[in-house]
Design a protein around this ligand. Structure first.
Ligand SMILES: NC(=O)c1ccc[n+]([C@@H]2O[C@H](COP(=O)([O-])OP(=O)(O)OC[C@H]3O[C@@H](n4cnc5c(N)ncnc54)[C@H](OP(=O)(O)O)[C@@H]3O)[C@@H](O)[C@H]2O)c1
Length: 350
């Protein structure tokens, strides 16, 4: 065990570039993390499944690692049997996760379970990185108070309202329980940008002339542009911090109508506004989920998503991480949406 670690160390000292392993590298956030790592001169290992798309992983500098996160024993063997010692990473960004699932068990199995498997395998093989950064979610804290409407901060006591948030919080608790394990946790609010699929549905709906609102009470929301999120992740890895947990947004809060107004303006569209009462949204979500269940599918609008959509307060105050890392976002919502919508148009998605 120690031998493997020393061998990795020895080899690492000969390397110029630091190495980073990014799990969930085929997805929206993961593929942008890979690009940020390359931009900063890292040796980037993209952890994927055999079945994962490689659409955004075509840069020849990317090293692909087909890791079996679902099977801790096999995963440990994969680390141990690596003859080159390359599987000793300076940094790990554990980004794999699901935001939609058929049931709570699936959320826990992936979001908490795969985190356990990865961390345990790193510990067992002695391949503990200098930093292990977990991409959690603002949902691990849950929405802010709907009456006082204070923004969510690093000090807000977690009270997740849906299985997604609960499974992310369980993964965080697991990390915190490992003695001496060098973790960092970021809890991003809604992330948008090129390659993202959920907000794309909103841009499409608006481009077809409709603005949809869930519930009548005004909702306050927050965002972070993907380019800023990946910068902050690497800044955190390169900082002196370990054991910190931070909420992440672009530092501003918006109403759902402000968001739609910006999208409308950028798309140059006029729209009809449709307000769907919260009860109807929840009923529709339950119905769609029942219809989709026999086919093993999870609709975009499901019970968990309905809870998020109808929560009034997703405001966020990221001054903790901004102060610690001396970070200033490069994008506000308008600039980020312009970039995103331009990309979606180029791809023929809108
Ligand atoms: N998007 C947001 O607004 C947001 C906000 C806060 C936090 N997050 C968190 O950020 C992370 C990435 O989200 P995303 O929006 O980029 O999602 P995404 O595009 O769906 O990417 C998810 C990634 O996780 C991988 N994955 C899913 N299930 C897996 C499994 N069973 N075994 C191995 N890999 C698996 C996927 O691999 P395949 O390609 O093989 O399916 C994919 O690479 C997640 O942990 C999510 O909870 C997202």
């Amino acid at each position: 065990m120690v031998k493997m670690s020393l061998r990795g160390e020895k080899r690492r000292s000969k390397r110029k570039a630091k190495s980073v392993l990014i799990t969930g590298a085929s997805g929206f956030i993961g593929s942008h993390l890979v690009e940020e790592g390359l931009k900063r001169g890292y040796e980037v290992w993209a952890a994927v499944r055999r079945t994962s798309s490689r659409q955004y992983l075509t840069d020849p500098r990317i090293r692909i690692a087909e890791l079996d996160l679902a099977d801790p024993e096999h995963l440990s063997e994969q680390f141990q049997h690596d003859a080159t010692g390359d599987f000793r990473f300076d940094f790990v960004v554990h980004n794999t996760g699901i935001t939609r699932a058929r049931n709570a068990e699936e959320f826990y199995r992936i979001n908490e379970g795969l985190t356990r498997n990865l961390v345990t395998s790193l510990e067992v093989t002695g391949f503990i990185p200098d930093k292990f950064l977990f991409i959690s979610s603002l949902a691990a804290i849950g929405p802010g108070d709907p009456v006082l409407m204070q923004p969510i901060t690093d000090d807000t006591p977690p009270n997740p309202v849906d299985p997604y948030g609960k499974s992310k919080l369980a993964a965080e608790h697991f990390l915190e329980s490992r003695p001496g394990f060098p973790f960092l946790i970021v809890r991003p609010t809604g992330v948008y940008g090129p390659r993202e699929r959920d907000y794309l549905q909103v841009y499409r709906t608006i481009s077809r002339g409709f603005e949809l609102y869930a519930g009548t009470s005004s909702q306050r929301i927050s965002f972070i542009y993907i380019g800023d999120l990946v910068r902050i992740v690497f800044d955190a890895l390169e900082s002196a911090f370990t054991g910190s947990t931070w909420v992440v947004s672009d530092g501003r809060n918006y109403s759902a109508r402000e968001f739609s107004a910006l999208v409308k303006q950028i798309l140059g569209k006029r729209t009809v506004s449709v307000v769907v009462p919260a009860g109807v949204v929840k009923g529709l979500a339950a119905a769609l989920q029942s219809v989709a269940r026999p086919f093993g599918q999870v609709p975009l609008l499901n019970r968990d998503k309905a809870r998020i959509l109808t929560s009034r307060n997703w405001q966020c105050d990221p001054s903790g991480i901004f102060g610690d890392l001396h970070f200033t976002p490069a994008y506000d919502l308008e600039q980020g949406l312009k970039e995103t919508i331009r990309w979606c148009r180029e791809q023929g998605q809108i």
